[in-house]
Design a protein around this ligand. Sequence first.
Ligand code: UT7
Length: 329
Amino acid sequence: MKKTRAAITAVGGWVPEDVLSNTDLEKIVDTTDEWILSRTGIKERRILKGKERGVSEICTHAVRQLLEKKNIDPMEIDMVIVGTVTPDYFFPSTSNLVCTNLGMKNAWGYDLTAACSGFIYALATGSQFIETGRYKKVIVVGADKMSAIIDYEDRSTCVIFGDGGGAVLLEPTEEEHGVMDFVLHADGAGGQYLNCRGGGSVYPASYETVDQKMHFVKQEGQAVFKHAVYNMAEVSVRIMERNKLTADDINYLVPHQANKRIVDATAQRMGLPGEKVLMNIERYGNTTAGTLPLLLWDFEKQFRKGDNLVLSAFGGGFTWGAVYIKWAY
Ligand code: UT7
């Protein structure tokens, strides 16, 4: 019997209109366009401005686009998994809100917390519901409104992050396409270097947590950088070896957009030339769970049926991993 695989059959994406450029940031914190560009590769990022606007808005736009593109009745969707660290609320989940916003009344789902690896974790999870034959249409979303948890007085973090996200539709196929393999990892000891501790059950929101800025992202950049460079490269090479892929076999590396230098190091370890490495960090910055679906959205037109893509990410947790996909259309 042929194996059923989960094929990506559509992509949607959305970023807010408001642009926060490096020059804008020069007026807010002690930084320069030259520093940001040379250290990270970022020129500008998008910010979801205005009160009472959450990440569900980003997700809803992206999923609506995907449904419209494929002319799919929302009632046909079985499940929606949202990778995010900036849900609208503790509950209801962002998945619940998106399903209701778009009339996906037959769907259930949940949010998944894996920071920058949120999309690959969710993709691996969603693909299992298809492969087992349980469901026919699963939507996987990766999105974050990082501006909600960023301290715009902290130059070491505020220059990096932005808002945005995207979504993919997974459907079953008997062809040799879709999610072919994944390797995922986690190490909670990394939490000391990258975290947002306020508002959970250890430090519930209080005047003190606000005074101590515990509701913002804290990052020890260099420590995270070292782990990211090593682990993203290692897991990407491992997924190549497991699937007997040479650099020539890979059409595109779809890497998490945290820092151009981390991506360059990963591509180098994989032996990939620059033209096979997808980048859009210069326009969006690091949108956490949003980076990978935003890359798929931006470069969708360039992909051909049968192309080999390696998605790779590293982020808070620590979490990291790689997914090997054969493009299905
Ligand atoms: O996506 C989640 C996972 N996150 C990552 O993968 C991020 C990994 N880390 C990084 O990408 C980099 O560490 C950063 C981009 C965050 C920082 O780059 P870096 O080259 O590691 O800089 P650094 O932290 O070592 O700082 C170098 C200098 C310091 O000054 P001194 O001590 O040398 O005088 C910083 O104070 O740059 C200073 N600095 C800045 N200067 C201008 C830090 N932030 C800024 C800034 N503008 N925005």
